[in-house]
Each structure stands twice: as C-alpha cells, then as structure tokens.
Design a protein. Structure first.
Length: 344
C-alpha cells in the first residue's frame, strides 16, 4: 500500500480545557505538488502553547484553525518533490506544515535549515521561533543591564530556558520559576540560573520574595495567573515586563472571581514607572539573522544549552499537546513524525 498522509484534524472547539475528543485522526492520500508547489515530508512537528488559541473561534493576531482541517503548526520537513524555484529535493526546511506527515507548500515563508550548522530540530526550537521570541522579548524589549535581577517564568521551557541563560550571559541575577523540583534543579545546575522557585510550593510567595531581595528589574512573563500576582508586587522602579505569554489563562472561559485588581495594578505601574510591553515573535523576523548568529555562537561556545522533549510518533501528538498545557513537557516539545536522516 502506498504511503498515506497522517493527519490530526481539529474536530471541535474546546470550552475550557481541551480533551482528546477535540481532535480527529485521518489518513488521506499523499498529495501531488502542482506547478509552483513542493511536497514536504514532516520529520519534527513543533507543539507550542499558542496552538491552544488557534483552537478558539476568536479573532487574534493569527488565523484560527478551521474545523475539519489539520491543526495549525510548524515543522521541520524534508523536500520530497519540488516545482518551486530555489528548493531542491532532499533539502530541509521549516514551514507551516501543520499536524500532518506530508504537506504542500508554495515556498512562501519557508526557511531552509542546514544540518551542517546544528541539529535540524533546532529550526523550530532554540534557533527558530522560540529563540527569536526569547531574543526579541528579552534583549530588544527589556534591555537588561549587568547586576539587574531578572525573573523568568516557565523557566525550563523552550523560551524561558533561553531567556534565563541570556540573562546570565548579560551579567544579571537570574531567578527562575518552574513547576517541579526536577525542572528547578535543571535550570540551576545545568543552565546556570542563580535560584529557581517552584510555584507549586505552599510558601512560593515567601520563597520568591526572599530570592528577589533587591526587587525585580525584569520579569519575563510567560504564564500570568497566580505567578504574575506573586511577582508583580516585587517590581522595582523603572522595571520592565515583556509580556510573552500567559499560559495559565489559556483555558479560561470567563473573568476570574474576586475583586477588580486593575485600579491597584495601574497605580503601581504609574508610581513605579513600570514598562509593560506585549509582543509577538513574527513582528521581529528581521532579527532572525542576528538571533541565529548570537544564539548559535553561545551554543557553540558552550555558554548556552538546550533541551528537547521529543515524543515519538504523530499518533501521540494530541496527548503530548494536552500535556504541554499542564507542564508535562520538559524542554522544547517536538513530535518526531518520521526518521531524521541527519541524526545518528
Ligand atoms: P514551554 O516549553 O515553556 O511549555 C509550557 C510550560 O508552561 C509548561 O511546561 C509549564 O511548565 C508551564 N505552565 C503550564 N501551565 C502553567 C500554569 N498554569 N502556570 C504556570 N506555568 C504553567 O512553552 P514555550 O516556551 O513554548 O512558551 C512559553 C510561553 O511563551 C507560553 O505562554 C507561550 O504562549 C509564549 N510564547 C509567546 C510567543 C510570542 O510570540 N509572544 C512565542 C512563543 C511562546 P511548568 O512545569 O514549569 O509549570
């Protein structure tokens, strides 16, 4: 039997926490590329928190995933057949390949990945979108200075691990926040953070306050929720908060219960002259060459490390994605869809 295109379709839109029932597995014939198109075979599929937003029927900075179609997403693929100028069979690329084993592309927005430079999986990780996100949000927006105290949430994850290591390289004191003792030990022992606090500990607020004894100059916001509530009172005058993500809120279906905290929040923003800036990685694409040069250099010199959490088999993608929203991943989450000929 000829090879089929294995796909995960969005079957229904979740209300609150997504479940396996929101996804449907399908197998369709592998498509043939037409004129000006190429056929790609996915090797690594990236799973990212933003995909939760794509499942909603709401207007956002990018198009939602459509019901009955493969879930949105990027991946590292090999070109199987090409009718696109500039792309050859056997080349490796990063593209919007979605949750499927094969995809058709017209070459728009496709980036080549050179296996001679780094493992191709890094094209959707430390040398891809998460690397760009960390670099733009931390170096360009927050503009760290030596000696400042930097707090990073989701510290062991794809973005957080890069931010914390850049903070160390820039001479800052780095305080990580993560969700398990193992993740905390990793960011301190392996990545060189100064301290890491587990936000699930009952005395998290006290531990964080002790760790940030000189207050917080930069809070790289990845999670929102109770973690933000704990960090915000510690912010110093002229501190900066690049708002990268708020994963703790992604499954929310309404406003949280309790008093309206906005007046007190804006009071503190004003009095302490805090700069809060949301950002989206794709607005910073012009920084990609610098990101790849700088982060690639730090990896080669041994100053920066990265961890990948590779789940085997496209059949396991929905479960892995649900786990990501609960902190089950440890490092950049990828699904290996087919053999990686560049990795021994
Ligand atoms: P990670 O690899 O860090 O994985 C997500 C992690 O979030 C989990 O492992 C978990 O770690 C943590 N988490 C999950 N739920 C909660 C919760 N309720 N409270 C606190 N932490 C939680 O993902 P990424 O590095 O890819 O993404 C990190 C953040 O950055 C996300 O919010 C994402 O949406 C955002 N992002 C934004 C981009 C932009 O352009 N603005 C681009 C890329 C990412 P733990 O076990 O420590 O809780």
């Amino acid at each position: 039997m000829s090879e089929m295109n294995k796909q995960w379709l969005l079957k229904s839109r979740p209300v609150g926490e997504p479940t396996l029932d929101n996804f449907e597995y399908a197998e369709t014939p592998v498509p043939e590329p037409g004129p000006g198109e190429m056929l790609l075979k996915t090797i690594y599929m990236s799973l990212d928190p933003y995909m939760r937003g794509r499942m909603n029927d709401t207007k956002s900075y990018a198009a939602k995933a459509e019901l009955g179609e493969p879930m949105s997403g990027t991946g590292v693929s090999v070109v199987l057949k090409s009718n696109v100028d500039g792309f050859k069979e056997g080349e490796y690329v990063v593209s919007q390949s979605r949750w499927q084993s094969h995809s058709i592309s017209d070459g728009q927005g496709v980036m080549k990945v050179d296996p001679a430079n780094a493992p191709i999986s890094t094209g959707v990780g430390i040398l891809g979108m998460p690397g760009l996100t960390a670099y733009a949000g931390f170096l360009d927006i927050a503009q760290p200075k030596p000696g400042e105290t930097v707090v990073v949430s989701a510290a062991s994850g794809a973005v957080g691990a890069i931010v914390g290591q850049m903070a160390r390289i820039k001479g800052c004191k780095v305080v990580g926040i993560a969700g398990s003792p193992e993740k905390c030990a990793y960011v301190v022992d392996e990545l060189g953070f100064d301290i890491c606090v587990n936000y699930k500990d009952p005395d998290f607020v006290e531990q964080l306050s002790k760790a940030c004894d000189k207050g917080v100059d930069i809070y790289f916001e990845n999670v929102g929720g109770a973690v933000f509530d704990a960090v915000f009172p510690l912010m110093n005058d002229f501190s900066r908060i690049p708002v990268c993500g708020r994963i703790a809120n992604y499954n929310m279906t309404g406003d949280p219960e309790g008093p309206n905290k906005l007046p007190a929040f804006f009071g503190q923003v004003l009095v302490k002259r805090i700069m809060i800036r949301g950002f989206i990685s794709f607005d910073h694409y012009d920084r990609f060459p610098t990101v790849v040069k700088d982060i690639g250099g730090w990896i080669r010199s041994g100053e920066m490390k990265y961890k990948e959490d590779i789940v085997q088999g496209i059949e396991n993608a929905p479960e892995a994605f649900l786990g990501l929203l609960k902190g089950k991943n440890f490092g950049k989450l990828l699904v290996q869809v087919s053999e990686d000929p560049t990795r021994n």
